[in-house]
Ligand binder design. Sequence first.
Ligand code: HXC
Ligand code: NAP
Length: 261
Amino acid sequence: MHFRPDLLAGKTAFVTGGGSGICKGIAHALLAHGATVAIAGRKADRLEVAARELEAGSGQRCLATPCDVREPDTVEAALDRTLTELGRLDIVVNGAAGNFLAPASQLSSNGFRTVLAIDALGTFNVCRAAFDRWLRDHGGAILNVSATLHYGATPLQIHASAAKAAVDAITRSLALEWGRLGIRVNGLAPGPIADTEGMARLAPGDVAEKLAARIPLGRCGRIDEVATLALFLVSDASSLVHGTTVVADGGAWLAGTSLDL
Ligand code: HXC
Ligand code: NAP
């Protein structure tokens, strides 16, 4: 543990995508540092199992609040339930995302739209609803989970690259508009992270190993390493950090390690 265990005592977080992968790891870290947490995703059953597991591992309250981030009504209901049951909303983590490998020449309009809608519109929907319900009057911290796909260009990822570029723009725009209200807004861009759905989809088989060999630190990241950075960015430890997206990728994108192997 890198931070005091009471780093987030008394705070409440809403984490989309918190039922699996990287954002489940972020939820775990928030709980382990004293926060209560609501996790959101579409699959209610998986979310409930994850919430019970996270709760048992931390002794902190974890609430499953199913929603589809593309649908503002369901997002609003999930946030209302979070506020009713947990009483406050200090931290919002936007981690819900969709992705798959597809050449632009074969990607349908709906395929492109779907990923944009989950990543970018979903992030906006959650920020907007959280602003109305709590953040405008109380301040807080927003963390948008991005990627480095669009820093150069990544083959077979036109949809996700456009979506994460939009997420980064949302981070900057909200930082500009909401900073004076005491709302800090930042992003976190992981590189390839082992044992995740993202890597299973984008780097199947031995691609992950080949990719790791080209990363300057010589390996893919771990979920707990991303979660530690998330803790820093949503806590007062980063009180002057605002409107930026911090990369945690072992130097991968600098070395041009696209998934084109
Ligand atoms: C081409 C595809 C496709 C594929 C779906 N589509 N999968 N096109 N190749 N593999 C198209 C469909 O044909 C359809 O278009 C449109 O996308 C919508 O598909 P649905 O299945 O109806 O969408 P939905 O049920 O809403 O599911 C969304 C999803 C799905 C994104 C398609 O994969 C999902 O639920 N993913 C969530 C989990 C996930 O992706 N995790 C990984 C995140 S990793 P048509 O035209 O046929 O109607 C990540 C990493 C970033 O983000 C960076 C890593 C380095
Ligand atoms: P993951 O486990 O598949 O996480 C994605 C989550 O988003 C799932 O829990 C999923 O839950 C949720 N979700 C998807 N569509 C949703 C919707 N419409 N409404 C609500 N929730 C939705 O994948 P991961 O690899 O851990 O990725 C997590 C985050 O890190 C994503 O933002 C991803 O882009 C980013 N990232 C990952 C990597 C990597 O190496 N894995 C690299 C860079 C960036 P449901 O299916 O239940 O809805």
